[in-house]
Ligand binder design. Structure first.
Ligand code: IPM
Ligand code: MN
Length: 363
């Protein structure tokens, strides 16, 4: 198969972690006889520096022409303490989401047996956790009307949703639940917010189309608690943009390391795959960042964008092997030897090249 992939390394550790995913994808392509056409493009602070725009038109064209996008991270400390900066790297991310119609952000949370004791939560609470948060990504308060009044002394941001936006996201959630444990939780704040009441009403109307799915409705504040008390009780969670932003960060630490969790953003034109961690500027250029979340995002890319499950399976199996054998970066190494980012990537690619790897993962 010929796969056209846009490569957006972005800022901070983005280029380093994406570089390792490229090694792994190329090794998988070699093994299965696929041809990958990589096209790189600029985003974030790197794009502001080069052309003054965090998501330039040229990058958008590359993305629109691609079958899938592999993305690193966006963000630079130069902008963090400057609320008046006229253009910010994060605007590139939001513009990209909107222009590509990336309406659904899929963030799984699962545990790795060898890392359970790295979690801030007790083993008995997290064992068996396997949930997906499906976050709406192109609506809500992120994209609603905003501004200042009273000479700048009053500021407002508004959360707006249409029924269609909710239906589109919820449909994906119901379908995912059907392929999993058939449980769907709609997270909102319907006791206070009108937009949440629209969410609840819309999802309730859709229940009849998916009679096998058990649907629950929970308030976001309660879910914030229950996620750390009893994460294994959740299967698929659907929620609006800002609640999803917060809950996915909360959920990401359950596994024991943010450096491990991949994500996919499903779009109208194409889909984007990225680690859920940020640009981690303190580690940029040091070859110490954990590349596994990006490598696992590449596994999602094979499976979700191209339906290539075996390829995805091999990537997941070599990642598990690297964790089991301690071929990991310093964040996971503890008192053992820490490998460099690039060494982990080389090791994973070499493992994929081994003739027996296909058999191991096919089991
Ligand atoms: C994320 C990030 C972004 C968001 C920021 C960088 C705009 O936190 O992808 O979750 O809030 O969506
Ligand atoms: Mn976030």
């Amino acid at each position: 198969m010929e796969l056209n992939i846009a490569l957006l390394p972005g800022d901070g550790i983005g280029p380093e972690v994406v570089g390792q995913a490229v090694k792994v994808v190329d090794a998988v392509a070699e093994k299965f006889g696929h041809k990958i056409n990589w096209t790189s493009a600029l985003t974030g602070a790197a794009a502001i520096d080069a052309v003054g725009d965090p998501y330039p038109d040229a990058t958008h064209e590359v993305c629109m022409a691609a079958d899938a996008i592999l993305f690193g991270a966006i963000g630079h400390p130069r902008y963090d303490n400057d609320p008046k900066a006229p253009v910010r790297p994060e605007q590139g991310l939001l513009k990209m989401r909107k222009k590509l119609g990336l309406f659904a952000n899929v963030r799984p949370t699962f545990t790795f047996p060898s890392l359970i004791d790295n979690s801030p939560l007790k083993r008995e609470r997290i064992e068996g956790t396997d949930l997906i948060i499906l976050r709406e990504l192109t609506g809500g308060i992120y994209f609603g009307e905003r501004g200042r009044k009273d000479n700048g002394d009053t500021a407002f941001d508004t959360c707006t949703y249409t029924r269609e936006e909710v239906q589109r996201l919820a449909k994906l959630g119901f379908e995912m639940a059907m392929n999993r444990r058939k449980k769907l939780c709609c997270v909102d704040k319907a006791n206070v917010l009108e937009s949440s009441r629209l969410w609840r009403e819309t999802v309730q109307d859709m229940e009849k189309d998916f009679p096998e799915v058990a649907v629950s409705y929970e308030f976001v504040d309660a879910v914030a608690m229950r996620l750390v008390q009893w994460p294994s009780s959740y299967d698929v969670i659907i929620t609006e943009n800002l609640f999803g932003d917060i809950l996915t960060d909360e959920a990401s630490v359950i596994s024991g390391s943010m450096g491990l969790m991949p994500s996919a953003s499903i779009g109208l034109h194409t889909s984007l795959f990225e680690p859920i961690h940020g640009s981690y500027p303190q580690a940029a250029g040091k070859d110490i960042a954990n590349p596994l979340a990006t490598v696992l995002s590449a596994a999602m890319l094979f499976e979700d964008a191209f339906g290539l499950k075996e390829e995805a399976g091999i990537i997941r199996s070599v990642v598990n092997k690297s964790l089991a054998e301690g071929v990991v970066t310093e964040d996971l190494a503890g008192t053992n030897k820490a490998y460099k980012t690039s060494e982990v990537g080389d090791w994973l690619a070499a493992q994929i090249g081994l003739p027996e790897t296909a058999e191991t993962s096919a089991q």
